[in-house]
Write a new protein. Sequence first.
Length: 105
Amino acid sequence: MALEIKDQDFEKTVLENDKPVLIDFWAAWCGPCRMLTPIVDELSKEYDGKAVIGKIDVDANQDFAAKYGVRNIPTVLVFHKGELVKRQVGVAQKETYKEILDELI
């Protein structure tokens, strides 16, 4: 299961982390977001200990979605050592996310 990240946890969990961090910005009412959920959950199992895989509910946590210009959901942002390194808007194949993470590990 992907880590649920909230605005108050963002800096410590994402920006201060030495591991790659993949975050799915989503909302419960978003159909494509529900399609991405099983992919994100699988990635969290496969990359356990190697990367942080998380989700941010944009309805409940708007600060960092606004800060990073998340206007469409789902949007996946990948951070490495506190820097935004990749943005994927919309649902992509699982392999797309794996390739991004594998480059950073």
